[in-house]
Design a protein around this ligand. Sequence first.
Ligand code: MOS
Length: 750
Amino acid sequence: MPETSAQSPIERTRHGSSIGQPLTRRDGPLKVTGQARFAADHLPPGTLHAALCVARIGRGRVTGLDVAAAKAHPGVVAVMTPENAPKLAKHPDEKDGPFTFRLDLLQDSAVRYANQPVAVVVAETLEAATEGARLLAPRYAVESPRIGLDAGAVFTPPSVGVGQPPEEGIGDVEAGLGAAAKTISATYETAAQYHNAMEPHAAIAIWEGDRLTLHTPSQGMAMAQGRLAGLFGLRPEDIHIESPYLGGGFGSKGMIAGPQVLACMAARLVGRPVKLVASRSQMFGPMGHRPPTRQTLRLGVDADGKLTALDHHTLTASSTFDDFFEPSGGVSHTLYASPAISTRHEAVRLDTGTPLFMRAPGEASGSVALESAVDEMADACGMDPLAFRLANYAEVEPISGRPFSSKALRDCYRQGAERFGWAGRPLKPRQMRDANGLLVGWGMGTATFPALMFEGNARAELRADGTGTVEIGAHDMGQGAWTALAQIAADGLGIPIEKLTFRMGSSNLPDAGIAGGSGHTATAGGAIHAAGLDVIGKLADLATNDPASALYGAGNAGVVARGGRLHRRDDESRSESFEAILGRAGQPSITGLGKASSDPAAQKSHAMHAHGAVFAEVKVDPDLGQVRVTRLVGAFAAGRIINPRLVTSQYYGGMIWGVSFALHEHAAMDARTGRFLNDNLAEYHLPVNADTPAMEAILVHEDDAVVNALGVKGVGEIGITGTAGAVANAVWHATGIRIRTLPITLDTLL
Ligand code: MOS
């Protein structure tokens, strides 16, 4: 756990501060006692239930629906099809900015992918709605679907929009490869993955005239308001979203998805509240996914094992109607020093729903390929994989030449390797067996994710009784925002967390920006911190200008708030309680506002990334090919740690997903029908407890005075990066077999 640092330019965890404390989740008791109300727990009086009827083909057109049969079913109130769906103010294929995705909202009969909604049935009960949807029995004009990376037309994704990095590079890669003492070229494939948060998307839509209230899980309420406002021709402030708790999001709830909008349309159509909850299989299609990738890495090194060239080409997929893709090459911009680097992305248009952000979009798949290629090159050089990485350590960001705002990656390598026992690793593969004859292998990977920030706003109030309130439209996907942000709020107001009322999770509160890109603590926390400073500044003005105060004359910057009191910085024994200051001033409370966003000057002068090192042990059955991860150690440096308990959980979650990436997850589609073969949690494999190893996450101390006012970098996504590569490399080390197609399945090892 990071210790306080006297030398730190940032005022570190102070005595009595909430920041840095390993508090348990403040919302935990509500969740385990069923008092926390998730979206689908809402059922306002008069609510009707909706069920989606989704396409059973991958491409084509709906030619008929048995609306009469559905309507005849007892309890069915309405059937919404393209014939009677409410007219929208804006066609859902029309974009209103880079952060919009084209949605399928029953505007025509086209089927663009399997599981696309083609009708909605509204009924008095869920059972009636579900049966009504079944009775619609769509008829289709079927076209041949384009499924798989070799099936679609290749295009170069546009350089504008979301998830699309500029194609950066330095030097001459071909010259670097030509001059290299050794080169390798290897192609890696990663599978399509679908977001399977525990809580599927749910929406309870309530119209009162032209005002809409929506209970729905959201990682970005303000953006959802904007999108809904555009579609329905309303002002954003006429749309009220409640989203206090999410059962996971992983990016799929960052943008509002089609089925959530369909619930709003259905509620308009029937003039009553409507509740729609996606089924598990309906999560595969309209809610986004991580597209498959095929990445070709070409590396050259000189006689000392130093890179002379690094080329990273990604072929991935988007939908036929939108442009989002997985930007895998970004990791090669930042991780290793090389005089020549180039990255390029191409995508094919497939008959799938549009891909979307999925935990570490780009870095997750990109780091698998890069870390595998680095492992292959280390082997080709006869070097230990860690020694190879240290020989190619990037002291500055390789392409931009910018210094890192902080980079404790060497410490991550050292602490992780020590804890794991990496020094005892034989260089050659297939050297270790356990007592039962299983092959044992050790592999590693470097983890990295950019420290991003968006724009956030917060409101704070301090009252004369020493209590305070902080309000922000922030989002808790389960990562612990209810707790970590409250810790920052209590710290900012200088009050014990027990005296804080903390509100979040509603669009009626100040816009906190999206909870994504691992930037929510920096953004929402930064806004909260600024709101606290605003309040304390006003309080300090009152005290330091009042001759009756012990702080008189100290000047606004000469005081610090802590434990419900203002203290003089130069003489901490001179202090006064908030109650006394406000009481004497005759003010019941002080309010303040805060705003945070990334600093363009700092962005220009510095590269900002979190880093880590992941070490994996696997055991492979030589007869059956079965792979088990038996040990994982991750060491991560991500700036200041607000709550070490929650952060450890985030790292575990990411690392488990890395295991899943390497060994389990694969959304399989039937290329003939365009339909999913495993759109359920029985056949879409996810790691369960038996698949998850003994795991350790080391929080490596890192000070960062540049990245933002709080010095935090974000921890939500980095755990998945590095881990999948570490597992794949461990499988090679155990078996001597290099599998370049993930997930690694037992048949490929026999
Ligand atoms: Mo994350 S993929 O930015 O929720």
